[in-house]
Design a protein around this ligand. Structure first.
Ligand SMILES: O=C(O)c1ccccc1NCC(=O)[C@H](O)[C@H](O)COP(=O)(O)O
Length: 209
């Protein structure tokens, strides 16, 4: 999210999280002010790519963030240091998936990340707009809830519903804690189509209850 009016409009849909990208090379780089009248339940999330602990602390403090989403090569040791420095902040560690995925790489993060997020590997560290084969998650070995991400847009609504409810995915989809969406709902980088988001959310929630 980038623009105050659009931030407010999306906030009125009450997403659980809202992301602000602090990666200098992204067209979504956030450098404005976050409106201070957003619903308090929305967890404001800073998205970082190999930033230093000092930089993350600075953004968390300045923007009153509730969570950080780490999209670079941050190690488990880094997450532990971050947790020590910011004990109340949720840590979402991102893993990029292509044709296959070695789930053993999650192990060191079991005690240092609150959530895992699976995104599609692409040219950019995030926001690439492509889905990966969610069937790979059938081998998910952890009990930790995860975010599903990568290329999810209005056209993926049925696919997401299927993922959440099809028996074929049952064990792993039960752990799907959040659906993370980005470029496929944009009117331009950093600005979301509120109507499309509203429809998506209502269809997913309606089927999920
Ligand atoms: O969106 C970006 O520009 C970005 C840049 C650097 C790191 C992460 C970034 N986005 C992170 C996200 O949380 C996206 O939601 C995720 O990568 C999925 O994006 P998309 O494939 O566009 O749905």
């Amino acid at each position: 999210m980038k623009y105050p009016e659009n931030i407010r409009a999306v906030a009125s849909l009450h997403p659980d999280y809202m992301g602000f990208i602090f990666h200098g090379k992204s067209p979504r780089y956030f450098k404005g002010e976050i409106p201070d009248d957003l619903p308090v339940a929305i967890r404001k999330t800073g998205v970082f790519v190999n930033s230093s602990i000092v930089e993350i602390i600075e953004k968390v403090t300045r923007y009153h963030l509730h969570a950080v989403q780490l999209h670079g090569g941050e190690t488990a040791e880094f997450c532990r240091e971050l947790r020590d420095a910011l004990p109340r902040i949720e840590i979402i560690k991102v893993f990029s998936v292509k044709d296959e995925f070695d789930f053993a790489q999650l192990l060191p993060f079991e005690n240092t990340a609150d959530y895992f997020l699976f995104d599609t590997k692409g040219k950019q560290p995030g926001g690439n707009g492509y889905t990966f084969d969610w069937k790979l998650l059938k081998n998910y070995p952890s009990g930790k809830p995860y975010f599903l991400s990568g290329g999810i847009g209005p056209k993926e609504t049925e696919k997401v519903q299927d993922f959440l409810h099809n028996q074929e995915y049952r064990n792993v989809s039960a752990l799907c804690y959040a659906i993370d969406v980005n470029s496929r709902f944009e009117t331009e980088p950093g600005s979301k189509n509120t109507e499309k988001l509203k429809e998506f959310k209502s269809k997913i929630l309606c089927q999920h209850q």
